[in-house]
Design a protein around this ligand. Structure first.
Ligand code: SF4
Length: 338
């Protein structure tokens, strides 16, 4: 981490994102209430300057929505995002466009995120033209060639199209596009999930090196706890639109205090004690974000749930050294692993 690593670059307060909710012709005709998906339910945290904050959770828990809501690619329903002293959630469209130069995203599916009819030079160079960072096409192409070299692409491939590259190369194109405006903050939204394992390692090494060389700050979204453990300084664990545990990565992964984090950790093989490893398989699926359960949202799958858990949401407990967890039984020091 950088020497400024304790100061927040991004502060998120009580961020809410609900989709739908307006009455349309079908809901009027059927008399049923309109569908309202509660993707984020009051999320608060900060990303410190120069760190990688890992964001982990099951598919559908809201982690990708959170990454997009920070950049206002998905407009938050309520709450506040402050980036380097500027309230992003209060910006008018022109100011937001200018701000995006500093806040970028790398998408999971490199092919879907690249325009198949554009050359690589135009795809990677687009942010330069949008933000007025190149005086002319020649300068744009020079800058694109420089960033292609930095991410391990051949500079004589400037005029090729996305389909002429492999999956790993296409993700390098996505990374180059995110970096070319010289941003401070990048949301890495499952950037290696769609790649072969051998390519994953190369892209992770590339992202690690770029962060070090360019002084970047990452929010790294993944469902893979070993990737999060390798890359992150701190980790936030998400369940059904809420952060249930957060803290320094080595603390949370070695001593998970929330039962949901414990279940995630139990899925990681313990190579040092193979005979003693206890895998906890949760019963049931992640509840629908259309009708999340009352009380603690994890109570429908938690082996330790009590009557209180079914009616009252647990507060966030401060466990010291930046470690927090939201569970009614946190002070009882119970674990689903015993
Ligand atoms: Fe389980 Fe209750 Fe803790 Fe929720 S509050 S994680 S249901 S013990």
């Amino acid at each position: 981490m950088s020497e400024n690593s304790n100061t927040p670059l991004i502060t998120v307060e009580n961020l809410v994102k609900h989709y739908g909710g307006r009455r349309g012709p079908i809901s009027w005709a059927t008399g049923k209430p309109p569908i309202n998906i509660r993707a984020l339910n009051g999320v608060s945290f900060e990303v410190r300057r120069g760190e990688t904050l890992g964001l982990i959770g099951e598919s559908g828990c809201g982690k990708s929505t959170l990454g997009r809501a920070l950049l206002r690619l998905h407009e938050p329903t309520s709450g506040k995002v402050v980036f380097d002293g500027t309230e992003v959630t209060a910006l008018k469209p022109e100011a937001l466009k200018a701000m995006r130069r500093h806040m970028q995203i790398i998408f999971q599916d490199p092919y879907a995120s690249l325009n198949p009819r554009r050359t690589v030079a135009d795809i990677i160079g687009l942010p330069l033209m949008l933000h007025g960072l190149a005086a002319n096409r020649r300068e744009m192409r020079d800058k694109v060639a420089a960033i292609m070299d930095k991410v391990g692409l051949k500079t004589n491939h400037l005029d090729r199209y996305p389909h002429q590259f492999s999956g790993g190369q296409r993700q390098r194109i996505g990374i180059a596009r995110a970096l070319i405006s010289n941003p401070q903050f990048i949301v890495c939204d499952e950037p290696v999930s769609a790649l072969d394992v051998s390519i994953q390692a190369q892209i992770i090494e590339l992202l690690t090196g770029l962060k070090r060389d360019m002084g970047l700050t990452y929010l790294f979204v993944s469902h893979d706890i070993s990737v999060i453990g390798y890359l992150s300084d701190r980790v936030a664990v998400m369940y059904l639109g809420e952060i249930v545990e957060m803290g320094p990565v080595e603390t949370v992964l070695s001593n998970p205090r929330h039962p949901y984090t414990q279940s995630l950790m139990s899925a990681v093989p313990d190579v040092d004690h193979p005979g003693k490893h206890q895998r906890v398989r949760l019963t049931g699926d992640l509840p629908s974000p259309q009708s999340p359960p009352p009380g603690c949202k994890f109570h429908t799958r938690c082996p330790l749930a009590t009557d209180l858990c079914r009616v009252e949401a647990p507060p966030r407990h401060d466990l010291g050294d930046g470690h927090t967890a939201s569970c009614h039984l946190i002070n009882d020091n119970v674990s689903i692993l015993r």
